[in-house]
Ligand binder design. Structure first.
Ligand code: ATP
Ligand code: MG
Length: 438
Protein backbone atom coordinates (compact mmCIF):
# COMPACT_ATOMS: atom_id res chain seq x y z
CA UNK A 1 0.00 0.00 0.00
CA UNK A 2 1.26 3.50 -0.78
CA UNK A 3 2.08 5.85 2.04
CA UNK A 4 -0.41 8.56 2.99
CA UNK A 5 0.91 11.72 4.62
CA UNK A 6 -0.48 12.30 8.08
CA UNK A 7 -1.93 15.70 7.19
CA UNK A 8 -3.96 14.02 4.44
CA UNK A 9 -5.62 11.52 6.78
CA UNK A 10 -8.34 14.09 7.53
CA UNK A 11 -9.53 13.49 3.95
CA UNK A 12 -9.53 9.70 4.32
CA UNK A 13 -12.12 9.05 6.99
CA UNK A 14 -13.28 5.41 7.10
CA UNK A 15 -10.56 4.43 4.63
CA UNK A 16 -7.72 2.04 5.35
CA UNK A 17 -4.37 3.75 4.76
CA UNK A 18 -0.70 3.35 5.53
CA UNK A 19 1.23 6.07 7.33
CA UNK A 20 4.92 6.20 8.28
CA UNK A 21 6.87 8.26 10.78
CA UNK A 22 8.47 8.53 14.19
CA UNK A 23 6.85 7.64 17.50
CA UNK A 24 6.47 11.00 19.20
CA UNK A 25 4.87 9.75 22.41
CA UNK A 26 3.49 6.52 23.80
CA UNK A 27 0.70 6.37 26.39
CA UNK A 28 -0.53 3.06 27.81
CA UNK A 29 -4.07 2.80 29.16
CA UNK A 30 -4.46 -0.77 30.31
CA UNK A 31 -4.21 -2.85 27.18
CA UNK A 32 -4.81 0.09 24.85
CA UNK A 33 -1.73 1.93 23.63
CA UNK A 34 -1.90 5.43 22.19
CA UNK A 35 0.91 6.42 19.87
CA UNK A 36 1.37 9.90 18.48
CA UNK A 37 3.10 9.31 15.17
CA UNK A 38 4.96 12.23 13.55
CA UNK A 39 5.86 12.68 9.91
CA UNK A 40 6.88 15.76 7.94
CA UNK A 41 3.29 16.88 7.61
CA UNK A 42 1.98 16.48 11.14
CA UNK A 43 1.12 14.22 14.05
CA UNK A 44 -1.63 11.62 14.31
CA UNK A 45 -3.00 9.75 17.30
CA UNK A 46 -2.92 6.02 16.60
CA UNK A 47 -4.67 3.41 18.71
CA UNK A 48 -3.19 -0.03 19.25
CA UNK A 49 -5.42 -2.69 20.80
CA UNK A 50 -5.03 -6.42 21.41
CA UNK A 51 -6.75 -6.83 18.02
CA UNK A 52 -3.75 -5.23 16.28
CA UNK A 53 -1.56 -7.80 14.50
CA UNK A 54 1.52 -8.81 16.51
CA UNK A 55 0.21 -6.84 19.49
CA UNK A 56 2.74 -8.48 21.84
CA UNK A 57 5.64 -7.21 19.80
CA UNK A 58 4.44 -3.69 20.40
CA UNK A 59 5.58 -3.81 24.03
CA UNK A 60 9.16 -2.81 23.14
CA UNK A 61 8.31 0.18 21.02
CA UNK A 62 9.44 3.54 22.37
CA UNK A 63 9.65 7.16 21.26
CA UNK A 64 11.70 7.79 18.08
CA UNK A 65 11.21 4.31 16.64
CA UNK A 66 10.37 4.59 12.97
CA UNK A 67 7.20 2.72 12.06
CA UNK A 68 4.60 2.21 9.40
CA UNK A 69 1.01 1.78 10.52
CA UNK A 70 -1.80 0.36 8.43
CA UNK A 71 -5.28 0.98 9.72
CA UNK A 72 -8.60 2.69 9.44
CA UNK A 73 -8.94 6.45 9.85
CA UNK A 74 -11.84 7.32 12.13
CA UNK A 75 -13.37 10.52 13.43
CA UNK A 76 -12.73 10.90 17.14
CA UNK A 77 -15.59 10.97 19.61
CA UNK A 78 -16.78 14.59 20.06
CA UNK A 79 -15.29 15.02 23.52
CA UNK A 80 -11.87 13.77 22.45
CA UNK A 81 -11.43 16.19 19.56
CA UNK A 82 -8.22 18.20 19.83
CA UNK A 83 -8.87 21.64 18.31
CA UNK A 84 -5.18 22.56 18.48
CA UNK A 85 -4.18 20.03 15.84
CA UNK A 86 -5.07 19.85 12.17
CA UNK A 87 -5.45 16.11 12.65
CA UNK A 88 -7.19 16.55 16.01
CA UNK A 89 -10.54 15.37 14.67
CA UNK A 90 -9.28 11.99 13.52
CA UNK A 91 -7.31 9.02 14.76
CA UNK A 92 -6.21 5.68 13.38
CA UNK A 93 -7.30 2.23 14.50
CA UNK A 94 -4.09 0.35 13.83
CA UNK A 95 -4.55 -3.05 12.21
CA UNK A 96 -0.95 -3.78 11.39
CA UNK A 97 2.45 -2.23 11.87
CA UNK A 98 5.95 -2.54 10.54
CA UNK A 99 9.16 -1.53 12.29
CA UNK A 100 11.38 0.42 9.87
CA UNK A 101 14.03 1.37 12.41
CA UNK A 102 14.62 0.94 16.11
CA UNK A 103 15.75 3.73 18.43
CA UNK A 104 17.65 3.91 21.67
CA UNK A 105 16.28 5.96 24.50
CA UNK A 106 16.90 9.64 23.76
CA UNK A 107 19.09 11.53 26.25
CA UNK A 108 16.76 14.53 25.95
CA UNK A 109 12.98 14.65 25.90
CA UNK A 110 12.30 15.41 22.26
CA UNK A 111 8.54 15.36 22.57
CA UNK A 112 8.43 18.09 25.22
CA UNK A 113 6.42 21.15 24.21
CA UNK A 114 9.06 23.33 25.80
CA UNK A 115 12.59 21.93 25.87
CA UNK A 116 13.72 24.10 28.80
CA UNK A 117 17.31 23.14 28.21
CA UNK A 118 20.37 25.31 28.47
CA UNK A 119 21.37 26.53 25.01
CA UNK A 120 24.64 24.58 25.12
CA UNK A 121 22.79 21.35 25.96
CA UNK A 122 20.31 22.07 23.21
CA UNK A 123 23.23 22.43 20.81
CA UNK A 124 25.24 19.51 22.17
CA UNK A 125 22.26 17.31 21.29
CA UNK A 126 21.50 19.19 18.08
CA UNK A 127 20.96 16.02 16.04
CA UNK A 128 18.05 15.27 18.33
CA UNK A 129 16.82 18.67 19.47
CA UNK A 130 15.97 19.68 15.90
CA UNK A 131 13.38 16.88 15.95
CA UNK A 132 11.45 18.74 18.63
CA UNK A 133 8.37 20.47 17.28
CA UNK A 134 9.13 23.88 18.78
CA UNK A 135 12.76 23.81 17.65
CA UNK A 136 11.72 22.50 14.24
CA UNK A 137 9.34 25.44 13.82
CA UNK A 138 12.35 27.77 13.69
CA UNK A 139 13.59 26.07 10.56
CA UNK A 140 10.23 26.27 8.85
CA UNK A 141 10.36 30.02 9.35
CA UNK A 142 13.97 30.03 8.17
CA UNK A 143 12.95 28.13 5.05
CA UNK A 144 10.28 30.71 4.31
CA UNK A 145 12.79 33.57 4.78
CA UNK A 146 15.23 31.98 2.32
CA UNK A 147 12.53 31.20 -0.19
CA UNK A 148 10.94 34.64 0.02
CA UNK A 149 14.30 36.33 -0.38
CA UNK A 150 15.24 34.43 -3.50
CA UNK A 151 11.74 34.70 -4.98
CA UNK A 152 11.61 38.42 -4.45
CA UNK A 153 15.08 39.09 -5.82
CA UNK A 154 14.27 37.09 -8.93
CA UNK A 155 10.96 38.92 -9.33
CA UNK A 156 13.02 42.13 -9.43
CA UNK A 157 15.31 40.70 -12.12
CA UNK A 158 18.29 40.03 -9.88
CA UNK A 159 20.39 37.12 -11.14
CA UNK A 160 21.37 34.53 -8.55
CA UNK A 161 25.13 34.00 -8.37
CA UNK A 162 27.46 31.89 -6.22
CA UNK A 163 30.89 33.27 -5.48
CA UNK A 164 34.07 31.61 -4.18
CA UNK A 165 34.70 31.34 -0.48
CA UNK A 166 38.44 30.74 -0.73
CA UNK A 167 40.13 34.07 -1.34
CA UNK A 168 43.71 35.21 -1.74
CA UNK A 169 43.07 38.41 0.25
CA UNK A 170 40.58 39.47 2.90
CA UNK A 171 37.76 41.58 1.53
CA UNK A 172 36.70 43.61 4.48
CA UNK A 173 40.06 43.97 6.16
CA UNK A 174 40.04 44.00 9.93
CA UNK A 175 41.00 41.04 12.05
CA UNK A 176 37.95 38.87 11.53
CA UNK A 177 39.26 36.49 8.91
CA UNK A 178 40.14 32.83 8.93
CA UNK A 179 43.35 31.68 7.34
CA UNK A 180 43.38 28.21 5.84
CA UNK A 181 46.08 26.17 4.22
CA UNK A 182 45.55 25.90 0.48
CA UNK A 183 48.05 23.52 -1.11
CA UNK A 184 51.39 25.28 -0.71
CA UNK A 185 50.02 28.63 0.40
CA UNK A 186 47.61 30.31 2.75
CA UNK A 187 44.28 31.77 1.76
CA UNK A 188 41.37 33.40 3.54
CA UNK A 189 37.78 32.31 3.97
CA UNK A 190 35.43 34.88 2.45
CA UNK A 191 34.17 37.48 4.92
CA UNK A 192 31.73 38.73 2.28
CA UNK A 193 31.06 38.30 -1.44
CA UNK A 194 31.55 42.04 -1.94
CA UNK A 195 34.09 42.13 -4.79
CA UNK A 196 32.42 39.36 -6.76
CA UNK A 197 28.98 40.93 -6.42
CA UNK A 198 30.40 44.10 -7.89
CA UNK A 199 31.96 42.20 -10.78
CA UNK A 200 28.50 40.70 -11.21
CA UNK A 201 26.98 44.16 -11.58
CA UNK A 202 29.47 44.87 -14.35
CA UNK A 203 28.08 41.90 -16.23
CA UNK A 204 24.46 41.49 -15.18
CA UNK A 205 23.36 44.79 -13.60
CA UNK A 206 21.56 43.09 -10.72
CA UNK A 207 22.82 40.10 -8.77
CA UNK A 208 22.11 38.39 -5.48
CA UNK A 209 23.70 35.63 -3.50
CA UNK A 210 22.65 33.40 -0.65
CA UNK A 211 25.92 32.11 0.68
CA UNK A 212 28.23 31.27 3.55
CA UNK A 213 30.12 34.05 5.23
CA UNK A 214 33.01 33.36 7.60
CA UNK A 215 33.94 35.70 10.41
CA UNK A 216 36.58 34.91 12.99
CA UNK A 217 34.67 36.75 15.73
CA UNK A 218 36.52 35.89 18.91
CA UNK A 219 33.70 37.02 21.20
CA UNK A 220 30.71 35.07 22.33
CA UNK A 221 27.63 37.23 21.80
CA UNK A 222 23.96 36.49 21.23
CA UNK A 223 24.16 37.73 17.62
CA UNK A 224 27.47 36.53 16.24
CA UNK A 225 28.61 33.17 14.98
CA UNK A 226 31.67 32.26 12.95
CA UNK A 227 29.78 30.99 9.94
CA UNK A 228 26.50 32.44 8.78
CA UNK A 229 24.40 32.72 5.66
CA UNK A 230 24.45 36.13 4.07
CA UNK A 231 21.66 37.41 1.86
CA UNK A 232 23.58 39.70 -0.44
CA UNK A 233 22.51 41.89 -3.32
CA UNK A 234 24.07 44.45 -5.60
CA UNK A 235 22.35 46.62 -8.22
CA UNK A 236 23.53 48.90 -10.99
CA UNK A 237 22.21 52.19 -12.37
CA UNK A 238 21.13 53.67 -9.08
CA UNK A 239 20.83 57.40 -8.57
CA UNK A 240 21.69 57.30 -4.90
CA UNK A 241 21.71 55.17 -1.76
CA UNK A 242 17.93 55.72 -1.43
CA UNK A 243 17.37 53.31 -4.33
CA UNK A 244 19.25 50.62 -2.44
CA UNK A 245 17.35 51.29 0.78
CA UNK A 246 14.06 51.22 -1.14
CA UNK A 247 14.94 47.83 -2.60
CA UNK A 248 16.01 46.44 0.79
CA UNK A 249 12.88 47.79 2.43
CA UNK A 250 10.63 46.14 -0.15
CA UNK A 251 12.59 42.91 0.21
CA UNK A 252 12.12 42.86 3.98
CA UNK A 253 8.42 43.64 3.64
CA UNK A 254 8.04 40.78 1.21
CA UNK A 255 9.84 38.36 3.50
CA UNK A 256 7.78 39.37 6.54
CA UNK A 257 4.52 39.27 4.62
CA UNK A 258 5.22 35.71 3.52
CA UNK A 259 6.29 34.59 6.98
CA UNK A 260 3.17 36.15 8.48
CA UNK A 261 0.95 34.38 5.95
CA UNK A 262 2.62 31.01 5.65
CA UNK A 263 4.07 30.38 9.11
CA UNK A 264 1.05 31.05 11.28
CA UNK A 265 1.43 27.85 13.30
CA UNK A 266 5.12 28.44 13.87
CA UNK A 267 4.60 32.07 14.90
CA UNK A 268 1.91 30.93 17.30
CA UNK A 269 4.26 28.44 18.95
CA UNK A 270 6.60 31.34 19.72
CA UNK A 271 3.87 33.87 20.51
CA UNK A 272 5.51 36.01 17.85
CA UNK A 273 3.80 38.69 15.86
CA UNK A 274 5.10 40.13 12.64
CA UNK A 275 4.46 43.81 12.21
CA UNK A 276 5.22 45.43 8.88
CA UNK A 277 5.54 49.22 9.07
CA UNK A 278 4.27 51.20 6.11
CA UNK A 279 7.59 53.01 5.78
CA UNK A 280 10.90 52.27 7.48
CA UNK A 281 12.11 55.49 9.10
CA UNK A 282 15.50 56.75 7.86
CA UNK A 283 17.68 58.86 10.07
CA UNK A 284 21.24 60.02 9.68
CA UNK A 285 23.88 58.35 11.80
CA UNK A 286 24.72 61.78 13.28
CA UNK A 287 21.05 62.32 14.16
CA UNK A 288 20.99 58.94 15.86
CA UNK A 289 23.91 60.03 18.01
CA UNK A 290 22.01 63.20 18.90
CA UNK A 291 18.88 61.24 19.76
CA UNK A 292 20.88 58.93 21.97
CA UNK A 293 22.49 61.88 23.70
CA UNK A 294 19.42 64.08 24.11
CA UNK A 295 16.54 61.72 24.65
CA UNK A 296 18.23 58.80 26.26
CA UNK A 297 21.25 60.44 27.82
CA UNK A 298 23.65 58.01 26.19
CA UNK A 299 26.91 59.37 24.81
CA UNK A 300 28.66 57.04 22.38
CA UNK A 301 32.30 56.44 22.92
CA UNK A 302 34.40 56.15 19.80
CA UNK A 303 32.82 56.47 16.39
CA UNK A 304 30.33 53.67 16.13
CA UNK A 305 27.01 53.00 17.79
CA UNK A 306 27.41 50.07 20.15
CA UNK A 307 24.87 47.23 20.59
CA UNK A 308 23.22 49.04 23.48
CA UNK A 309 22.91 52.14 21.28
CA UNK A 310 21.33 50.06 18.49
CA UNK A 311 18.82 48.73 20.97
CA UNK A 312 17.96 52.20 22.23
CA UNK A 313 17.60 53.64 18.72
CA UNK A 314 15.19 50.82 17.89
CA UNK A 315 13.21 51.61 21.03
CA UNK A 316 13.08 55.22 19.89
CA UNK A 317 11.94 54.20 16.37
CA UNK A 318 9.21 52.01 17.80
CA UNK A 319 7.95 54.69 20.16
CA UNK A 320 8.23 57.72 17.89
CA UNK A 321 7.66 56.16 14.47
CA UNK A 322 5.80 52.97 15.27
CA UNK A 323 8.38 50.92 13.39
CA UNK A 324 10.33 47.77 14.23
CA UNK A 325 12.80 48.83 11.54
CA UNK A 326 15.02 51.85 11.22
CA UNK A 327 17.65 52.80 8.66
CA UNK A 328 20.71 54.66 9.88
CA UNK A 329 22.16 56.56 6.91
CA UNK A 330 25.26 58.61 6.14
CA UNK A 331 27.71 56.53 8.15
CA UNK A 332 31.02 58.20 8.96
CA UNK A 333 33.79 57.64 6.42
CA UNK A 334 36.10 56.49 9.20
CA UNK A 335 34.10 53.36 9.98
CA UNK A 336 33.09 52.27 6.49
CA UNK A 337 35.12 50.09 4.11
CA UNK A 338 37.09 51.63 1.24
CA UNK A 339 34.52 50.72 -1.41
CA UNK A 340 31.71 52.81 0.14
CA UNK A 341 30.95 56.08 -1.69
CA UNK A 342 31.89 59.17 0.31
CA UNK A 343 29.23 61.88 0.34
CA UNK A 344 30.51 64.45 -2.16
CA UNK A 345 28.91 67.26 -0.13
CA UNK A 346 30.46 66.07 3.11
CA UNK A 347 33.40 63.71 2.68
CA UNK A 348 33.41 62.88 6.39
CA UNK A 349 30.22 60.96 5.71
CA UNK A 350 29.40 58.21 3.24
CA UNK A 351 26.45 56.82 1.35
CA UNK A 352 26.63 53.79 3.63
CA UNK A 353 23.74 52.71 5.81
CA UNK A 354 22.68 50.08 8.32
CA UNK A 355 19.24 48.58 8.77
CA UNK A 356 18.25 47.81 12.36
CA UNK A 357 15.38 45.49 13.32
CA UNK A 358 14.05 45.02 16.84
CA UNK A 359 17.25 46.14 18.50
CA UNK A 360 20.00 44.78 16.25
CA UNK A 361 21.70 45.52 12.98
CA UNK A 362 20.45 43.09 10.37
CA UNK A 363 22.03 44.65 7.28
CA UNK A 364 24.73 46.99 6.09
CA UNK A 365 24.68 48.52 2.66
CA UNK A 366 25.23 51.59 0.59
CA UNK A 367 26.26 53.10 -2.66
CA UNK A 368 29.74 52.01 -3.79
CA UNK A 369 32.48 53.93 -5.54
CA UNK A 370 32.32 53.15 -9.27
CA UNK A 371 35.12 55.38 -10.54
CA UNK A 372 38.56 53.79 -10.79
CA UNK A 373 40.59 56.85 -9.75
CA UNK A 374 38.30 57.69 -6.88
CA UNK A 375 38.52 54.13 -5.60
CA UNK A 376 42.32 54.12 -5.76
CA UNK A 377 42.41 57.42 -3.94
CA UNK A 378 40.02 56.20 -1.27
CA UNK A 379 42.12 53.06 -0.76
CA UNK A 380 45.21 55.18 -0.24
CA UNK A 381 43.39 57.41 2.23
CA UNK A 382 42.57 54.27 4.18
CA UNK A 383 46.21 53.23 4.11
CA UNK A 384 45.53 50.32 1.77
CA UNK A 385 47.83 49.45 -1.08
CA UNK A 386 45.96 49.46 -4.43
CA UNK A 387 48.46 46.89 -5.72
CA UNK A 388 46.88 44.40 -3.31
CA UNK A 389 43.53 44.86 -5.08
CA UNK A 390 44.56 44.49 -8.73
CA UNK A 391 41.86 42.02 -9.69
CA UNK A 392 39.16 43.97 -7.93
CA UNK A 393 40.26 47.29 -9.41
CA UNK A 394 40.16 45.83 -12.89
CA UNK A 395 36.36 45.86 -12.72
CA UNK A 396 36.42 49.64 -12.60
CA UNK A 397 38.67 50.11 -15.58
CA UNK A 398 36.13 48.71 -17.97
CA UNK A 399 32.94 50.62 -17.31
CA UNK A 400 30.98 50.33 -14.06
CA UNK A 401 27.62 52.03 -13.60
CA UNK A 402 26.76 53.77 -10.34
CA UNK A 403 25.73 50.92 -8.07
CA UNK A 404 25.09 49.77 -4.55
CA UNK A 405 23.85 46.87 -2.49
CA UNK A 406 23.65 45.22 0.87
CA UNK A 407 24.69 42.34 3.07
CA UNK A 408 21.82 41.01 5.15
CA UNK A 409 22.13 38.38 7.88
CA UNK A 410 19.57 35.60 7.39
CA UNK A 411 19.83 34.18 10.92
CA UNK A 412 19.37 37.52 12.63
CA UNK A 413 16.10 38.01 10.74
CA UNK A 414 14.75 34.71 12.05
CA UNK A 415 16.10 35.39 15.54
CA UNK A 416 14.28 38.72 15.68
CA UNK A 417 11.03 37.52 14.10
CA UNK A 418 10.67 34.75 16.68
CA UNK A 419 12.23 36.63 19.59
CA UNK A 420 14.98 34.05 20.12
CA UNK A 421 17.50 34.99 22.77
CA UNK A 422 20.48 33.67 20.84
CA UNK A 423 21.22 33.65 17.11
CA UNK A 424 22.52 30.10 17.47
CA UNK A 425 18.98 28.87 18.04
CA UNK A 426 18.23 30.00 14.48
CA UNK A 427 21.07 27.92 13.04
CA UNK A 428 20.80 24.20 12.43
CA UNK A 429 24.43 23.44 13.35
CA UNK A 430 26.02 26.65 14.59
CA UNK A 431 29.74 27.35 14.71
CA UNK A 432 31.35 29.61 17.25
CA UNK A 433 34.64 29.99 19.04
CA UNK A 434 33.88 26.99 21.22
CA UNK A 435 31.76 24.85 18.93
CA UNK A 436 32.66 22.77 15.90
CA UNK A 437 30.37 19.83 16.66
CA UNK A 438 27.93 18.34 16.11
P1 ATP B 1 28.11 43.63 13.69
O1 ATP B 1 28.47 45.08 13.78
O2 ATP B 1 26.77 43.32 14.27
O3 ATP B 1 29.19 42.73 14.14
P2 ATP B 1 28.96 43.83 11.00
O4 ATP B 1 28.71 45.26 10.72
O5 ATP B 1 30.32 43.40 11.32
O6 ATP B 1 27.96 43.31 12.14
P3 ATP B 1 28.48 43.33 8.24
O7 ATP B 1 29.87 43.17 7.75
O8 ATP B 1 27.82 44.62 8.01
O9 ATP B 1 28.43 42.96 9.78
O10 ATP B 1 27.61 42.11 7.67
C1 ATP B 1 26.31 42.27 7.12
C2 ATP B 1 25.27 41.55 7.97
O11 ATP B 1 25.63 40.21 8.19
C3 ATP B 1 25.10 42.12 9.37
O12 ATP B 1 24.26 43.23 9.36
C4 ATP B 1 24.51 40.94 10.11
O13 ATP B 1 23.12 40.80 9.85
C5 ATP B 1 25.21 39.77 9.48
N1 ATP B 1 26.37 39.36 10.28
C6 ATP B 1 27.58 39.95 10.33
N2 ATP B 1 28.44 39.30 11.13
C7 ATP B 1 27.74 38.24 11.61
C8 ATP B 1 28.08 37.16 12.47
N3 ATP B 1 29.30 37.04 12.98
N4 ATP B 1 27.14 36.23 12.74
C9 ATP B 1 25.90 36.33 12.21
N5 ATP B 1 25.53 37.32 11.38
C10 ATP B 1 26.42 38.27 11.07
MG1 MG C 1 27.52 46.09 9.39
Amino acid sequence: MERTLIADTTQKIDETVKISGWVKTRRDHGKIIFIDLRDRSGVLQCVITPETNNYDEFKKIRPQWVLSFTGKVKTRPEKLINQEMVTGKVEMDVQDFEILSEAQESPIDISAGEMNLHIETLLDYRNLSIRNEKVGAIFKVYDEVLKSYADYMRSQNFLEIKTPKLLSACTEGGAEFFKVKYFEREVYLAQSPQFYKQAGVGAFERVFEVGSVFRAEPHVTSRHVNEYIGLDAEMGFITGPENVMDALEETMKHILKNVREKCQDELKIYGADVEIPEKFPRIKFSEALEILKKKIGKVMEGNDIDPEGERLICEWAKKEKGSDFVFLTNYPWMIRPMYVMPDPENPKETFGFDLLYRGVEIASGGQRIHDYDQLVENMKKKNLNPDDFKNYLEIFRYGMPPHGGWGLGSERIVQKILGLKNIKEAILFPRDVKRLTP
